[in-house]
Design a protein around this ligand. Structure first.
Ligand SMILES: *[C@@H]1O[C@H](CO)[C@@H](O)[C@H](O)[C@H]1NC(C)=O
Ligand SMILES: *[C@@H]1O[C@H](CO)[C@@H](O)[C@H](O)[C@H]1NC(C)=O
Ligand SMILES: *[C@@H]1O[C@H](CO)[C@@H](O)[C@H](O)[C@H]1NC(C)=O
Ligand SMILES: *[C@@H]1O[C@H](CO)[C@@H](O)[C@H](O)[C@H]1NC(C)=O
Ligand SMILES: *[C@@H]1O[C@H](CO)[C@@H](O)[C@H](O)[C@H]1NC(C)=O
Ligand SMILES: *[C@@H]1O[C@H](CO)[C@@H](O)[C@H](O)[C@H]1NC(C)=O
Ligand SMILES: *[C@@H]1O[C@H](CO)[C@@H](O)[C@H](O)[C@H]1NC(C)=O
Length: 822
């Protein structure tokens, strides 16, 4: 942008040479702007004037607005895109005096551009034009009425505060239109804006062909990912102004420079200026890969973005229409049903999660989810539906968004952050192929159904009886508790029936996870509250009384970084724990997933490490009784909606081992890779075994790889050995997850690796206590002892499950049960 630099310095000179004019952000009616002069917004952010695109050999000049303090790719608006100034020597940009128009004239007086099409009746308006701090150039009458503003005529860039019209009731739709090439602002072939038929979705077009479709709005306020570099996030929002609907975007706390740009090459990008790197940082760019170009996978196919390499797949119960082409990487013919759909009672809807829903939907207003589903069920041409609660009625006076598809499903994708899509399938088509099996299966299924019904009826009547006799309550609370603990037992007992209802009878689709202690289900209580239900495996071998007492003790432990236990249930030999439900699931779901891990920026990871340390410190030192977790690992760290960590499964060791208070156990619970040598081999546990697991966890968080992952690098048996080797060579940077290494604080990562290595030392007494770990992590400047080389596990390539057992058996433990070897 050499020319712009020149202009800026010229402008700077002129303010020194001339008696300074009061405001440089205002264009007065009688003083045209000429080449070399600029207007600068009051806070200095934006400038308006003549420019020639950098590196351009054409010698074309334009009037535009640019980011004043940014040296490259800084133009955000151009007045005369299609009509360049060829002879700039005395071209003028003026505010006309009588009729208040902005006019750009060439040296010979030829009109190149004007802001307003004046109507004949307009005359004698005195106006003034000002370049605003937002980058908007506004022409107002002296009464303050806006006659014209540059924000109403977007070129290729959307700035925060600028509205892009996505409906066309009374005015035309607005689009961003790309430059022809980086040196030529004239309108290129790519544009970005709303679907003219349906404001709920946007497209990038190549001339008139769609080449990429955005996800459909599922909320009128979408908050983007957190950005480490600027410590904030981006939001996009939809609002209704004066009968039309507009989209806009912004940045809360918006001190950074950000823009959305329709790039000349067809990419639509969200860009943030990084003042350290002196470059634009691409926060988001679409299209990201070929598979997600519009309709690439054909009808009923979808682009699976959750795979390491995005690829086309067929929707469930569909198969490639032309398998030869499909295998050969030609997907445009898409997929067909494995079996033709017979419309009728046999149909049901399959839920596909995390989908970018297809194009060509019918938007039905004012429907609840059930009504939406019924609408689709009742019409045989309806192939799918999707539903969202937009959570504001501000747009349509209606917060529902029921979408139906009446034919092919085109341009579907699977991606993180997608929504549910319900597609019509034949109830039995997937499972049952041949008529014979059908004949056998139907009676079996129906008799099973009858059995289940009988069982449910039995449970209900049984519980009703018990409720009448109050046996139930007495058995659980009264009879078992004589002490003051009864007073503390505000802590609710939740009936088995309610849990069966809440979890849809422990249905597989509600299962959140499974582990050595049992399965975990998602449930919704009658009150509407979402919970996680842990159904303990039956092998705990603990009596009802012990179990109940343990639960009450554990429920008293309260800490920000521990998952809250809400209630429990005992029913025959079922034992269930009810926890708060955390929507972000567990740490491993982010950390070990290649698409999600970049969302875990270093500052989030560091907060997670600190949070876990605080929770553990509480368990080890401040809680009564003291708790040793014994199964700390990434799956047991849950994340709340602010990505703050909560340790789960604490106290499980107590429940499963209630009578074991001494530091030796005949039952090793824990997970391979996280267990300290002395615990895995000798069953000896102490707070220092948790410290060991914590050390492993820190290394995983920094490196973004599972301890048990076999392919970190061929030269090292595991993550610990790898960390040690790099640390020894003073090269901790290479250990940091490549997804975050650019934006992390190397000081903090290096400190974390050091602490991690101190925690995984072989000798428990060498490992620091949680209290010192927390203070090292938080205060940073304490000088640390060097870690000793971890030898025991780091030197063994204990790759398979069998080998672990072999090691442990050879160490002659009484009995070892390694739970959950993943
Ligand atoms: C302009 O040219 C220089 C040198 O050839 C190059 O480094 C720079 O990237 C170019 N800038 C743009 C915007 O194309
Ligand atoms: C002025 O009128 C022309 C021709 O009708 C039209 O193309 C242009 O968009 C109008 N300009 C404004 C600022 O409304
Ligand atoms: C326009 O302004 C001029 C001078 O300010 C004044 O003499 C004239 O009467 C005005 N005309 C109208 C139609 O207001
Ligand atoms: C846009 O369309 C042109 C002309 O049809 C074509 O050559 C070009 O490859 C297309 N570009 C993209 C990115 O689709
Ligand atoms: C939505 O539908 C209900 C009945 O189903 C009706 O009472 C209500 O007025 C409708 N609301 C709108 C905004 O159309
Ligand atoms: C099904 O939906 C289509 C498209 O909206 C409509 O034309 C047709 O009348 C509907 N059929 C029934 C039975 O409602
Ligand atoms: C949508 O969500 C809001 C707030 O959560 C709720 O008040 C409203 O009833 C919901 N609407 C529907 C149709 O579910």
């Amino acid at each position: 942008m050499g020319f712009i630099h020149r202009i800026i310095s010229l402008a700077f000179c002129s303010t020194i040479l001339l008696p300074s004019s009061a405001s440089v952000s205002r264009l007065p009616p009688n003083k045209p702007l000429t080449v070399g002069e600029t207007l600068v917004s009051d806070d200095g952010t934006f400038a308006l004037g003549f420019f020639s695109p950098s590196n351009s050999t054409r010698n074309h000049y334009y009037v535009g607005i640019w980011h004043n303090s940014i040296p490259k790719d800084n133009v955000v608006w151009v007045a005369n895109r299609a009509t360049p100034i060829t002879d700039p020597s005395s071209a003028t940009f003026a505010l006309t005096t009588r009729r208040s128009n902005l006019v750009l004239s060439n040296t010979d007086g030829q009109l190149l551009w004007m802001a307003r099409n004046l109507s004949a009746s307009e005359s004698n308006i005195t106006g003034e034009a000002t370049l605003d701090d937002t980058g908007n150039f506004i022409l107002r009458t002296s009464e303050g009425v806006v006659l014209w503003q540059s924000f109403d005529y977007p070129t290729d860039t959307l700035l925060p505060g600028m509205n892009l019209r996505i409906t066309h009731n009374r005015h035309a739709l607005q689009r961003l239109v790309s430059w022809k090439d980086p040196q030529d602002p004239s309108p290129g072939s790519f544009s970005y804006g709303a679907d003219p038929d349906e404001f709920l979705q946007r497209f990038v077009w190549n001339d008139s062909r769609p080449c990429r479709r955005s996800a459909v709005w599922s909320n009128y306020l979408v908050v983007g990912p957190y950005m480490e570099s600027v410590k904030t996030t981006i939001y996009m929002t939809v609002s209704r102004i004066d009968g039309e609907i507009y989209m806009s975007f912004g940045m809360p706390g918006g001190s950074s420079t950000v823009k959305i740009k329709m790039d000349y090459s067809g990419k639509i990008e969200i860009l943030v200026w990084n003042s350290n790197m002196l470059d634009w940082y691409v926060l988001q760019a679409e299209p990201s890969h070929q598979c997600s170009t519009y309709g690439y996978c054909g009808p009923f196919g979808y682009c699976d973005n959750t795979e390491p390499i995005a690829t086309c797949r067929c929707l469930n119960s569909f198969e490639p229409a032309n398998s030869k082409d499909w295998i050969g990487g030609k997907f445009s013919e898409g997929c067909r049903r494995k079996e033709p759909l017979r419309c009728g009672r046999e149909n049901w809807f399959l839920t596909l999660t995390e989908m970018k829903i297809p194009d060509k939907f019918v938007y039905v207003k004012n429907r609840s989810l059930d009504e939406c589903s019924a609408e689709c069920t009742s019409n045989c041409s309806c192939t799918a539906y999707a539903y969202a609660n937009m959570s504001t009625t501000a747009i349509n006076g209606d917060d529902t968004r029921c979408l139906l598809w009446m034919g092919d499903l085109i341009d579907t994708e699977k991606l993180i952050g997608g929504e549910n899509l319900y597609i019509r399938v034949d109830r039995l088509s997937d499972k049952v192929r041949s008529g014979n099996i059908l004949k056998i299966t139907l009676p079996v299924v129906s008799s099973l159904l009858i059995l289940i019904c009988m069982w449910v009826v039995w449970i209900c009547s049984c519980q009703a009886k018990q409720r009448n006799k109050k046996i139930w309550k007495n058995m659980i609370s009264g009879a078992l508790s004589t002490s003051d603990e009864l007073a503390d037992a505000k802590f609710p007992f939740i009936s088995f029936r309610e849990i069966v209802l809440a979890t849809d009878n422990f249905s597989r689709s509600n299962m959140l996870g499974h582990g050595g202690f049992g399965n975990v289900y998602k449930g919704t209580l009658e009150s509407g509250k979402k919970v996680a239900v842990k159904r303990l495996s039956k092998s705990s071998g603990q009596g009802v009384l012990e179990f109940r007492n343990e639960v009450i003790i554990i429920a008293k432990l309260q800490h920000r970084n521990l998952v809250k236990l809400l209630g429990f249930c005992i029913h025959r030999d079922e034992k269930l724990l009810i926890y708060e439900y955390l929507p972000n699931k567990s740490l491993d779901a982010f950390l070990f997933n290649s698409t999600r891990k970049p969302l875990l920026h270093w500052s989030i990871r560091f907060n997670i490490i600190i949070g876990i340390a605080r929770g553990l410190l509480y368990l080890h030192q401040d809680s009564r009784p003291k708790i040793i977790h014994r199964d700390l690992k990434a799956n047991n760290i849950l994340l709340d909606d602010e990505m703050s960590p909560k340790i789960s499964d604490f106290g499980m060791a107590r429940i499963f081992d209630g009578n074991q208070q001494q530091g030796n156990t005949n039952r090793v619970v824990g997970t391979y890779g996280y267990m300290s040598p002395e615990y895995a081999l000798e069953g000896v546990f102490s707070v220092k075994s948790d410290v060991y697991s914590f050390g492993v966890l820190i290394l995983e968080v920094v490196n973004g790889t599972k301890i048990s992952s076999m392919h970190i690098t061929e030269d090292f048996p595991n993550l610990i050995a790898y960390a040690w080797s790099l640390w020894k060579d003073g090269n901790t940077r290479d250990f940091v997850d490549s997804a975050i290494v650019e934006t992390c604080s190397l000081d903090e990562t290096s400190r974390c690796i050091h602490v991690g290595l101190l925690c995984v030392q072989d000798n428990p007494s060498d490992r620091p206590l949680m209290s010192s770990i927390l203070s090292i992590l938080e205060n940073g400047d304490i000088s640390l002892p060097p870690p000793k080389q971890p030898i025991y596990f780091a030197e063994r390539n204990y790759g398979t499950f069998g080998e672990v057992e072999a090691i442990m058996n050879s160490a002659n433990t009484v009995s070892t049960t390694v739970l959950e070897g993943r």
